[in-house]
Write a new protein. Structure first.
Ligand SMILES: *[C@@H]1O[C@H](CO)[C@@H](O)[C@H](O)[C@H]1NC(C)=O
Ligand SMILES: *[C@@H]1O[C@H](CO)[C@@H](O)[C@H](O)[C@H]1NC(C)=O
Length: 814
């Protein structure tokens, strides 16, 4: 059975199959051209991709003159006329005034019309809806151009709504002083303009900016010859071809399709994002493809001036070299907006420059560009101007060319984790900062040679000192331990203000280690605060050590730790807030479950697998989670899953770490037999729990569920049906419409591998990720490890089960 699983390969494969959409072969002159359009009549583009007519957008009492995709049942509108005002009149009519060459919409005794061109004589004009979704007015007898480069009398592409389509230019026609930008609709049903716009801002080094009202909200940054500086994923690919044109006449961004694909980029007011969707002809839905801003660091000036933001670092904000926080106190409590200031007044001509790699370059408002000089000359030019704070190549294609210089504060810099994603920026530094770079090197050499001779003496001395120190340390005097905590240490008062004094209204859950509260910092950043129960008998130094370690574990499928708070016996962890709550809230709920179709669930399964693989394999800690379950998987606003509570089991239940134990952390129903039975845990017991969770996601049922009064074991049921080739019967009816049978079966197959009775038979998470993303042949799974609880009145709720209450059963194939 061949079955392509990864979403990208689904997408790419779609592109090369001869188009699945049956295009209507049409007589171009009759169907798509018109001089009038009345209420209730639609005009279709030549091959049937788009149509224009009077439509309502959800509320039948409000109709609009709009263009929409004809293919796709929902949310297909790409343009509205009349500034989004409704046209509630069945006598509404769109007519072409053939003497002025403009389209006039008449309704309720009101008028809206397209602008008239500055042309003296227009001969026999006609309106036409093109296959690109562009509504144009042109002179009839002119031959229709192959490529749409013709000067139309008027075109809707010059007046974009909230949607960007292929071949549409976003940016400036400088000859006509025309700025084409996307404007969000107030809501999906109300297309009047909202306050989010997206377009090109004519800085000396022009850049793509999303505005919220009059404030900058997100920068894609300037075009650097290869891509937008803030969009590393924009690379040559077989699907999209990106173009940026900057001449004295026009500056615009455009993309075209190299494959047959239905796609759109929509500016969305309600979530303040700019997602791209791709239509899936198989599933009949718009698949979410990517979005901007995608993370905190994409929000304009998130870290204030003269700093950079790194979404995988902790803390996320750091001052540029040579700069220090303007207010150290605020900086430490995660209020970064004030940014950083120079450590030393610059000395101008004696200054130097330090290269910093992998950046999104700063806001280009105060820049100057010289395309004719190279990097050496650029450096000289910048050095000679005492207000020039940074420079780099304006074009990084090839070996780089041109010069761009920044003046004043450096704002909105992002550091990319993957090298090669960002670009190099040369930052002006005081000579003493440069000296410290040189001195460090010689110091290192000195230290090494000294250490070689007196290392032994030092070692003895430190061991001796440490003993004295340990004796004298006071358990709750945390200041001794947090000095080098690489993580913001928040003041209790800040947490109290953010969570409204831990009010019930802000409480969002009760984890194994204490309650969790939602909160909002003064800077607007939303957080989740885990207040560890005071009964935890862990010492302060261990706590700090563990937090330090967790802070270093960073992955896009793990919930991010922002900081912590230690004060007056209180220990709190501050995490990023996840808008969509936990996975159990979706999959075990018959209404919410409908929001997660198969492609979404598959993405979630893959995300969890990658997060666990990182914990097991790639992080410096090799963490065994020990409590993998649906309620420990949180979903962000794009439904990207993130595992929470990792490291907690290891760290906050120190007494449980060794081998067998009476108290078993974990949740009944997810526990591997060797763990439940012997208290032995390993990465393979996490793999078991993952297998159970995978089946829950597919079946929409808890690992132990009721049918009538009887408790059933999900793994048991799936295994039995699998053996009889009937596993699909278990699939959650909530996602029936979107299920791709071969994919689901493959996932169940992988899940059964994970829950095999013997730990050594189970795959590692690395193999699980590989199996999920490929088509490789899979062996037959062996019997799952299933254990049954004697008293069956409790389904999957408590942690800490006692061994005595359980017995282990291994099922054999029937
Ligand atoms: C058509 O446009 C011309 C020139 O602007 C104008 O004088 C005329 O009244 C318009 N005709 C109609 C029917 O609106
Ligand atoms: C905008 O985002 C909201 C919330 O995510 C979503 O419900 C809505 O359908 C989106 N609108 C468009 C036009 O994509």
């Amino acid at each position: 059975m061949k079955c392509i699983l990864s979403l990208m390969s689904i997408l790419v494969s779609m592109l090369f199959v001869p188009s699945l959409i049956v295009f209507i072969a049409a007589d171009t002159s009759s169907t798509s051209q018109f001089v009038s359009l009345s209420y209730g009549k639609n005009i279709t583009s030549p091959s049937g991709t788009f149509e224009i007519g009077f439509f309502h957008l959800g509320n039948p009492n409000r109709s609009y003159l709009a263009i929409r995709y004809k293919c796709c049942p929902d949310q297909t509108f790409v343009w509205v006329a009349n500034d989004g005002k409704p046209v509630n009149d069945s006598s509404a009519m769109l007519r072409l005034n053939t003497s002025s060459g403009s389209l006039v919409l008449t309704y309720n005794n009101l008028n809206w019309s397209t602008s008239s061109p500055n042309v003296a004589n227009i001969y026999n004009p006609v309106a036409e809806l093109l296959d690109t979704g562009n509504l144009v007015i042109r002179e009839r007898q002119k031959p229709k151009p192959e490529v749409e480069e013709e000067e139309y009398i008027w075109q809707s592409f010059d007046h974009p709504s909230n949607t960007m389509l292929a071949r549409m230019k976003i940016g400036w026609d400088l000859k006509r002083n025309l700025n084409r930008s996307l404007v969000a609709w107030k809501s999906d049903e109300d297309p009047t303009p909202g306050d989010i716009t997206w377009g090109i801002v004519l800085h000396p080094y022009p850049e793509m900016i999303m505005m919220k009202g009059t404030h900058k909200y997100h920068r894609l940054g300037p075009w650097n010859g290869l891509r937008f500086s803030g969009m590393p994923e924009m690379r040559p690919n077989p699907v999209f071809n990106y173009t940026f044109v900057s001449t004295k006449d026009e500056i615009y961004y455009m993309w075209t399709l190299q494959a047959n694909l239905i796609t759109k980029v929509v500016l969305n007011q309600s979530n303040e994002e700019r997602p791209r969707y791709v239509w899936s002809e198989v599933d009949k839905i718009w698949n979410f493809y990517s979005t901007m801003p995608g993370e905190h660091c994409d929000h304009y000036a998130f870290c204030g001036a003269n700093s950079f933001c790194s979404s995988t670092a902790s803390p996320m904000c750091e001052c540029l070299k040579g700069y220090k926080p303007k207010s150290l106190e605020k900086w430490k409590s995660m209020v970064w907006t004030e940014g950083c200031v120079l450590k030393h007044q610059l000395s101008c001509m004696n200054d130097g420059f330090a290269p910093v790699d992998d950046l999104k370059v700063p806001d280009t408002k105060n820049t100057s560009v010289d395309e004719t000089i190279d990097l050496d000359e650029c450096k000289k030019k910048c050095l000679n101007d005492c207000s020039c704070m940074a420079y780099t190549n304006s074009d990084i294609s090839g070996s780089g060319s041109g010069c761009v210089m920044w003046f004043g504060e450096l704002i909105d810099i992002k550091l990319y984790e993957a090298s090669g994603s960002g670009q190099r920026l040369y930052i002006r530094l005081h000579p003493s900062e440069l000296d410290s770079i040189r001195h460090k090197k010689s110091k290192t050499i000195l230290i090494i040679s000294v250490a070689a001779t007196i290392g032994v003496i030092l070692a003895i001395y430190f061991i001796y000192r440490r003993k004295i120190y340990e004796k004298s340390k006071e358990e709750n005097n945390y200041e001794n331990y947090v000095d080098d905590l690489d993580l913001p240490l928040l003041d209790l008062s800040i947490i109290i203000a953010a969570t409204k004094n831990f009010s019930d209204e802000n409480k969002i859950g009760e984890g194994g280690f204490g309650p969790v509260y939602r909160g909002k910092l003064a800077s607007g950043l939303e957080i989740a605060v885990k207040r560890l129960s005071k009964s935890s008998n862990q010492g302060m130094s261990e706590f700090v050590n563990e937090v330090k370690l967790i802070a270093k574990v960073q992955h896009r499928n793990l919930v991010k730790l922002f900081g912590c708070c230690i004060q007056k016996q209180e220990k709190m962890l501050v995490y990023e807030y996840m808008t969509n709550g936990s996975l159990d809230y979706f999959i075990f709920d018959s209404t919410k479950g409908k929001l997660l179709d198969w492609p979404k669930r598959f993405r979630i399964i893959c995300g969890i697998a990658r997060g666990l693989m990182y914990l097991h394999q790639d992080s410096r800690l090799r963490i065994v989670h020990r409590d993998v379950k649906a309620s420990n998987v949180l979903l962000d606003d794009t439904l990207n899953p993130k595992i929470s509570d990792f490291g907690m089991a290891k760290t906050f239940r120190g007494e449980d770490i060794e081998g067998s134990t009476e108290r078993i952390v974990g949740t009944f129903g997810y526990m591997a037999p060797e763990y439940a039975f012997d208290g032995q845990f390993s990465v393979k017991s996490d793999v078991f729990s993952f297998g159970v969770l995978l089946m829950e996601i597919i079946c929409g049922k808890k690992s132990r569920f009721y049918r009538g009064k009887q408790v059933h074991n999900l793994v048991d049921q799936v295994w039995t049906l699998w053996k009889n080739d009937m596993a699909l019967q278990m699939v959650d009816p909530n996602m029936e419409d979107s299920v791709v049978a071969c994919e689901v079966l493959r996932c169940i197959h992988i899940g059964l591998f994970c829950v095999q009775q013997y730990a050594e038979d189970r795959p590692t998470m690395t193999s699980v990720v590989l199996m999920l993303g490929s088509e490789m042949e899979l062996d037959e799974p062996k019997n799952p490890g299933i254990f049954k609880k004697k008293e069956s009145n409790e389904a999957n709720s408590s942690s800490r089960s006692s061994m005595n209450a359980m017995s282990i059963t291994s099922l054999t194939a029937r």
